[in-house]
Design a protein around this ligand. Structure first.
Ligand SMILES: Nc1ncnc2c1ncn2[C@@H]1O[C@H](COP(=O)(O)OP(=O)(O)OP(=O)(O)O)[C@@H](O)[C@H]1O
Ligand SMILES: [Mg+2]
Length: 313
């Protein structure tokens, strides 16, 4: 049974400046800022929320069906998806647009200057949630604003339960719009900052949100996550990491694990642990789709981290 993953696809270009921005930005001259940073280190990565979540779910099972809009420059990403065996059935190419892209420059203090070009992502409403395609559950992750609103309504109309995962798209929505999403969703997954923003805009308490959904999942970086479901609070620890290489995309990896547990009817404890494990394995690698554990590796690491058995059917 398939999992429809609605959200962005993007190229991430990551450049490393071997100095500190503060040595080059003069505070009394910011009204005429004109700086150029020489960046000898540069990587280009496949990213975007739907791309990353699908990649992680695909490590666990064969059910990932991403849905998104991409540009005329998508060929290398398409080849990568084909090599990974991820379906492109619900991707739409918008020929006169670029694929979304982020240009991230990092300095020695870990400060970042980012430019994000949404490109084809802003056309995500061109896609529609397919009916009668054997889709069991879905997720609305950050995407074009219209697309997120329309896809949530289409999930409801099709009777498909879904996770509302507004991520970095949260600020695009008013309190009233967020209330509608929460009312439509079966599950809500956010980090602690996004929860704070939603609470501020809607006036809802944490319990007020949790009471409206089957589960509210809140991630808290290295402190792990908490799943609020049916009046109970399940604490999920983060896994021990060999080396923190790059936390970018750990939220998406976590959601890949969540979708696996939900689509296989696992209990919350196991589902949360798989999610935490997927996030942990991602953090040990640079980029969002450069970890390649086999299902055997995932089972073995699960046993080491949590002591139980995880079997893939
Ligand atoms: N330092 C860490 N060590 C171990 N696990 C971590 C660490 N940081 C994050 N995680 C795991 O990843 C999950 C998601 O992290 P976080 O709350 O930072 O998500 P996020 O802010 O949405 O991240 P993203 O930058 O991907 O959007 C955590 O609940 C935890 O399981
Ligand atoms: Mg996130």
């Amino acid at each position: 049974m398939s999992v429809l993953i609605c959200g962005s696809f993007a190229y991430d270009t990551i450049m490393v400046f071997h100095d500190k921005f503060k040595n080059h930005i003069l505070p009394d001259k910011v009204h005429m800022l004109n700086v150029s940073f020489l960046v000898p280190g540069m990587r280009k990565e496949f990213g975007g929320c739907a791309g990353n979540i699908s990649y992680n779910l695909n490590l666990l099972c064969d059910d990932a069906l991403p849905m998104g809009t991409v540009g005329h420059d998508f060929r290398p990403y398409a080849d990568w998806m084909d090599r990974c065996g991820i379906s492109r059935q619900y991707l739409t190419v918008v020929e006169d647009n670029y694929t979304g892209q982020a240009f991230i420059t990092t300095d020695e203090d870990d400060n970042q200057i980012t430019a994000f070009h949404p490109g084809a992502m802003n056309e995500s409403h061109m896609n529609q949630v397919p009916r009668d395609a054997g889709i069991r559950i879905g997720i609305i992750s950050p995407d074009g604003r219209c697309g997120m609103i329309e896809h949530a309504c289409q999930f409801v109309d099709a009777g498909i339960p879904f996770i509302f995962d507004p991520g970095q798209g949260t600020p695009m929505f008013s309190g009233e719009e967020l209330k509608v999403f929460i009312g439509q969703a079966t599950w809500v997954a956010v980090n602690d900052y996004e929860l704070h923003l939603i609470r501020q805009r809607t006036g809802y308490s944490l319990q007020g949100i949790a009471a409206q959904v089957n589960a509210l999942i809140v991630t808290k970086g290295g402190e792990g996550s908490t799943i609020y479901s049916s009046g109970t609070e399940i604490r999920i620890p983060s896994v021990r990491i060999a080396e923190i290489r790059d936390p970018t995309g750990c939220g998406d990896a976590y959601r890949g694990g969540l979708l696996y547990g939900l689509s296989h009817n696992l209990d919350w404890e196991t589902t949360g642990r798989i999610a935490s494990l997927m996030a942990g394995m991602k953090i040990e690698h640079e980029g969002t789709q450069n970890h390649h554990p086999t299902r055997w590796d995932i089972s073995a690491r699960y046993k080491v981290s949590f002591g139980g058995r995880l079997e893939f059917g």
